[in-house]
Design a protein around this ligand. Structure first.
Ligand SMILES: [Zn+2]
Length: 715
């Protein structure tokens, strides 16, 4: 739910992976065989040779990669032979290998282990890569060939995947502006470069703002309520930053996890306000001007491309198809969600009053008191359950175990594959027949030079055409334990592990010919379906019993406690879903501004927009404020945040299907893998889903699992 597929501004893989036309071809003087990106890696599955990669290797490889792809694309466009599937569509799939190779690693490392050199390089290359991509999509000769094949596609006797690729490529070209006039293309290129520059600047500023927003104190009593382990973590964070006392770094969301346990109201308020105002201090890290301009220029882009607003353009190739469908879906969810949140607020206010608090509930109070309501209602204490969720145990006996039971996978850690940071671990992934399926990396602990949240991406994309196998990684931001201590997770962290591993499975099961259609390269409102679906297994009895064991004694979680954990899953869901609906509406409202709208003031816009949807609820703020909404300004989720909710409809209906068909069995798992997880984007996604599911998904399972159905009320 809370997590991102990828944070990078670049999509790596497929033809358009990436690209730029403005770099002088002579700029790659230092690029040669000594560069570790020069040839495919000799490591297993072409894993990146992190032991050889230096910061200085990226730029020459990126520049040479763009130059190489430019030449390859030129040769395709200038080919004197009549356009064929092989000499055009397949040739495009084969182009840009060097660029894809370096960009997959560059995107991965800048997202998870940034340093000032790479940050600078990212700023330099982002607009060039945007221009490179435009140079390919907006090349009239190249488009002419793609269009000719597209028009002729019915008589070419293509296999279904090849036919899908032709249609996909054609739509991508048109979507990117291939049919525009030369002057409109020039205008579009300018806007794309500006967008890319601003988006990178947003990410950089936000990272600095989030770091600067950490709560710092020398007064231990201000942190009353924190567990000894968290207190030790806060002391360690201070040591890492070379300051005295304690540091509580900000997470990327509005709410901060420690607000659930900090008993001093003034501390909670300060941390909340640090979070809420992190990027609004009027200093160098203030992002509001960028936000306003990004919204405006995206609307201008949409107009050029012939759409009433950016969302209409963006959703054209999504499952929802248009903003009206997305709004309709969100509008249907909102009343139940906010009604439930209001009930929860009443419970919390009653508790505050019973304790003679003498104040009205504010957002910084919500988690502290809801945690008490949770304890009162379910007698559940986070600190009591964490010893049962030790990270490595959850990974091996939970996440891996579920993948074994459903799909027959097995895993073996290896220490001979180089990594970009000592916290990163690498595993061989074997299929049921014992053959290697993939390599999987995980990088779980929070670092200040890592983007917030959690995500999955690939270092190597699966493709039969290119002979590549998946090399996939998961990144998260779990609190790092003090040295020598075990990493004890909250249940929400456990869920995050299952979630990101669901994306990983989508990448690792990829079994397609063409790289552009492989793995997780599907519509935004479909891509969260496999990951959210995988979350369900975290509470599936046979899986839960297998991993929820005390890290010291090995004793299983007592059944009454386990029952409470599962029951508590439905607790606070009014708040949880409302903050996401608010964020999703905010995103869609920003991106349905018309092209002639004035430059907005983000703070005013936010209030006005959310009021128009009756979603300006002071005690339930958006999961992200506009000024730190990285998904939509820095990531790929512009006009796409609704996708988390949309995918939830898909995954809850899917899980219901499993429940109705015997639950966790290899037969069910294999069928799901065969019909969905291995298929990438090789079929129209709505049809793929319907063929597997046996019809259209509805909203009822989602309301049921969230505890929002009327009969669930009061339970
Ligand atoms: Zn996700």
């Amino acid at each position: 739910m809370k997590t991102l597929l990828r944070m990078g501004a670049f999509m790596v893989s497929g033809i358009l992976a990436v690209g730029s036309g403005t770099v002088a071809a002579g700029g790659n003087g230092q690029f040669g065989p000594s560069n570790p990106f020069y040839a495919p890696s000799a490591l297993p599955l072409q894993a990146p040779p992190f032991d050889k990669i230096k910061d200085s290797d990226y730029q020459p490889a990126i520049e040479a990669g763009m130059a190489q792809q430019r030449e390859e694309v030129r040769a395709i466009a200038d080919n004197l032979d009549a356009p064929t599937f092989d000499n055009t569509i397949v040739a495009l799939e084969k182009s840009g290998k060097l660029l894809n190779r370096v960009m997959a690693v560059f995107t991965g490392v800048t997202g998870a282990n940034l340093n000032p050199t790479l940050e600078k390089l990212q700023e330099i290359e982002a607009p060039k890569l945007a221009a490179h991509q435009d140079a390919i999509y907006l090349d009239p000769k190249l488009f002419g060939r793609v269009e000719a094949i597209y028009k002729n596609r019915e008589v070419l006797k293509l296999d279904p995947e090849a036919l899908r690729l032709v249609e996909y490529d054609y739509e991508q070209f048109v979507h990117a502006g291939a049919k525009l006039s030369d002057s409109d293309k020039a205008e579009l290129k300018k806007l794309n470069e500006e967008e890319s520059t601003l988006s990178t600047a947003f990410t950089t500023k936000l990272l600095a703002a989030t770091k600067a927003g950490a709560y710092v104190t020398k007064d231990r009593s201000a942190l009353a309520g924190l567990s000894p382990a968290r207190l030790e973590g806060a002391a360690q964070a201070a040591t890492d930053r070379k300051v005295d006392g304690y540091v509580i770094p900000l997470q990327n969301t509005t709410q901060q996890p420690d607000l659930a346990s900090l008993s001093q109201r003034s501390t909670r308020q300060t941390i909340f306000e640090n979070s809420w105002n992190r990027a609004e201090h009027g200093d160098a890290n203030d992002t509001r001007d960028i936000v306003a301009r990004l919204a405006q220029l995206r609307a201008q882009k949409a107009k050029l491309l012939g759409f009433p607003d950016y969302a209409a353009w963006k959703l054209e190739d999504q499952m929802a198809k248009n903003p009206e469908a997305a709004f309709k879906f969100m509008d249907a969810l909102a009343p139940g969600a906010t009604a439930k949140a209001r009930e929860e607020a009443k419970d919390i206010q009653a508790l505050i009053d019973a304790q003679k608090g003498g104040f009205t509930l504010q957002p910084w109070d919500w988690n502290f008191y809801s945690e008490q309501v949770r304890k009162a209602k379910y007698d559940l204490d986070e600190e009591q359950i964490k010893p049962y969720f030790e990270l490595n145990n959850v990974l091996q006996n939970g996440v891996f175990y579920a993948a074994n039971q459903l799909y027959g996978l097995t895993f073996k850690e290896r220490t001979d594959i180089p990594v970009y940071h000592p916290d990163v671990r690498v595993f061989d992934v074997f299929d049921a027949d014992g053959k290697q399926l993939a390599l999987w990396y995980c990088d779980y602990f929070k670092r200040d030079n890592k983007n917030g949240g959690a995500w999955m991406d690939v270092f190597v994309n699966q493709s039969k055409l290119l002979g590549t196998m998946p090399v996939v990684f998961n990144v998260a931001n779990f609190s790092k334990p003090a040295p020598g201590q075990p990493a004890l997770l909250s249940f929400s962290d456990v869920t995050t592990m299952f979630h990101e591993f669901g994306h990983a499975l989508h990448g690792m099961f990829a079994n397609t010919v063409y790289p552009s259609l492989s793995g997780t390269q599907v519509a935004r409102d479909f891509v969260e379906f496999p990951s959210q679906f995988n979350e369900h297994w975290a509470t599936y009895p046979a899986v839960f019993e297998h991993y929820a064991k005390h890290y010291q004694t090995g004793a299983p979680m007592p059944s009454d406690l386990a029952a409470k954990v599962k029951k508590a899953e439905k607790f606070n869901q009014g708040y949880a879903i409302t903050e996401v609906v608010v964020a999703a509406q905010l995103d869609m409202l920003w991106h349905t501004l018309p092209s002639n709208a004035p430059l907005e003031t983000p703070d005013d816009f936010e209030i006005k927009a959310l009021r128009s949807k009756q979603l300006w609820i002071s005690e339930v703020p958006s999961r992200y404020r506009s000024s730190y909404f990285a998904h939509i300004w820095g990531g790929g989720y512009s006009a796409g945040y609704y996708a988390y909710l949309w995918s939830e409809m898909l995954d809850d209906a899917a899980y219901q299907w499993f429940e109705d068909h015997g639950g966790m069995t290899r037969a069910n798992g294999d069928r799901f893998r065969q019909m969905v997880l291995s298929r990438g984007n090789t079929q129209e996604l709505g049809k793929m889903y319907a063929a597997w599911f046996g019809g259209e998904p509805g909203i009822t399972p989602m309301l049921k699992y969230r505890g929002l159905l009327p009969e669930e009320k009061g339970k």
